[in-house]
Design a protein around this ligand. Structure first.
Ligand code: SAM
Ligand code: SF4
Length: 455
């Protein structure tokens, strides 16, 4: 049995953390402002904060850290579901094997390319390939063929993959096909709950899932993404479990995750909100996002369209650095939506251009940048740049340049107006004069028709 997650330690940390006095909480919040992260025992104490004043201080610190590490940039992407066929039976998922009402479909290569083209036509450059687990249909070959076809036939620049655990050789195939980040959620870090929620199929094996990140690292994939599905069990346990997992592979491989996602359970076909065992409300959710931000300041944080529009806008300031937009959760959903084929219900239905307008209105600069991956600034190399603060030097100009491309190629009149104003503001956030004037020159090149310009 794999022992990365020591449940007894998590329970005892939680037991000792309750009723921490205000002075100690304030010291932890102050420490977090140094952007050096937090210990598990400190995180446990923050997880119990309910006092309004302290919560405001916690949020202010999260905003400070977010701003210092990420500035005003927000990276955009969307999921591409290649199949909803699945041999597992995760109780909460619309794709579960026993859901006989779902219309099943695995896209062929040309259909996958059509989907990617439809996403590109909205302005996307970065996609997340997702599928159910069916070894006969959605195996590594299905994924690598899809990736190769998309890279070859579309302008999509980065393909991340969210899929079931694989063998090292299979991860190597994904690496060779040009995977960006490999994403896998443990769902719940509690073994007993895990067993209940994943009764049959390959996914029933907790250990095979929690060691997936290790095999991905061994295969040379050094950008990985993790997450706990919020609502399955006590959120305090899950946050500590996830951070314990992160620390365990940081110790073994010298690099933490590229991203943490914060998926919260949604209704799905045959699974209503009333079935959620440990409902996480908005106040808890806000706190979780802020605490992750303080605990691992250099790890990107992803928010999906599972959350409502106005709530997503609010969470940007607390620590979210990547959001999906215009998402569909059924195979083929971008070309034509089919009823009863979705994984779960999305809450934010704004299109990518609508989302971009809102991001600008709220004072953020959208980014379609994929440069780090293409310039090999991944894994440990990325973290070194990030921790040294140098990543700002690349990210801000790259956000401006890639957003400019989007405005010129896809922007509506009203988006262009707001976008150009935002670009002007964002240029002022490049503090190095030489870099700023280089960026301004490149902006002119983009207007003249040059593409794919980045630092
Ligand atoms: N099938 C693969 C797996 O389970 O690892 C790939 C990912 S699955 C299609 C995407 C993720 O959606 C799951 O890992 C789970 O966390 C999440 N999910 C499933 N059902 C959900 C629901 N009802 N609400 C919100 N998220 C859900
Ligand atoms: Fe299948 Fe993944 Fe859904 Fe579980 S979460 S039923 S493995 S698609």
């Amino acid at each position: 049995m794999v022992d990365f997650i020591k449940e007894d330690i998590i329970f005892s940390l939680l037991e000792r953390a309750n009723n921490t006095d205000k002075g100690e909480i304030r010291n932890i919040i102050d420490k977090a402002r140094d952007c050096k992260g937090l210990e598990l025992s400190e995180v446990a104490k923050l997880l119990f904060v309910e006092d309004k004043e302290l919560l405001e201080e916690l949020y202010a610190a999260a905003k400070f850290v977010k701003n210092k590490v990420y500035g005003k940039r927000v990276v955009l992407f969307a999921p591409l579901y290649t199949s909803n066929e699945c041999t597992n039976n995760c109780l909460y998922c619309g794709f579960r094997r026993d859901n006989k009402e779902l219309h099943r479909r695995t896209l062929g290569l040309s259909e996958i390319v059509e989907e990617a083209k439809a996403m590109e036509a909205q302005g996307h450059k970065r996609i997340l390939l997702i599928c159910g687990e069916d070894p006969r249909k959605t195996n590594a070959k299905h994924m690598t063929d899809a990736m190769e076809a998309i890279y070859k036939n579309t302008g999509i620049k980065r393909i991340n993959v969210e899929a079931a655990p694989m063998k090292i050789e299979e991860y190597k195939e994904l690496k060779n096909a040009g995977i960006g980040t490999y994403v896998i959620f443990q769902e719940t870090y509690n073994r007993e709950v895990y067993k209940k929620m994943h009764p049959t199929g390959l996914k029933a094996d907790y250990d095979w899932r929690i060691t997936a990140i290790d095999r991905a690292f061994e295969a040379g994939i050094d950008d990985v993404g993790v997450g706990a599905l919020l609502g399955l069990y006590d959120y305090r346990f899950e946050v500590l479990g996830l951070l314990m997992h992160v620390k365990s592979f940081e110790e073994r491989y010298g690099v933490g995750p590229h991203t943490i996602s914060v998926p919260r359970l949604r209704p799905a076909l045959g699974w209503g909100l009333d079935k959620i065992p440990h409902f996480v409300d908005d106040d808890d959710f806000r706190k979780i996002v802020a605490i992750y931000r303080l605990a691992v300041p250099y790890t990107g944080m992803i928010l999906s369209t599972r959350e409502r529009a106005e709530f997503r806008d609010e969470l940007l300031s607390l620590g979210i650095s990547q959001i999906s937009a215009g998402s569909k959760t059924s195979p083929g959903g971008y070309k034509e939506e089919e009823e009863k084929a979705d994984q779960f219900e999305v809450s934010d239905h704004r299109s990518l251009p609508q989302m971009l307008e809102t991001i600008c209105e709220n004072g953020y600069i959208p980014s379609f940048c994929t440069a780090c991956y293409r310039r090999c600034r991944t894994g440990e190399a990325f973290m070194e740049y990030a921790k040294g603060g140098e990543i700002h030097e690349f990210c801000q100009p790259n956000a401006i340049l890639t957003f400019k491309e989007n405005l010129v190629d896809y922007g509506t009149e009203s988006l262009r107006l707001k976008g150009e104003a935002m670009i002007k503001k964002a240029l002022l956030d490049i503090h190095d004069d030489k870099m700023r004037s280089l960026t301004e020159e490149k902006l002119k090149d983009i207007e003249k028709g040059e593409r794919d310009i980045y630092f």
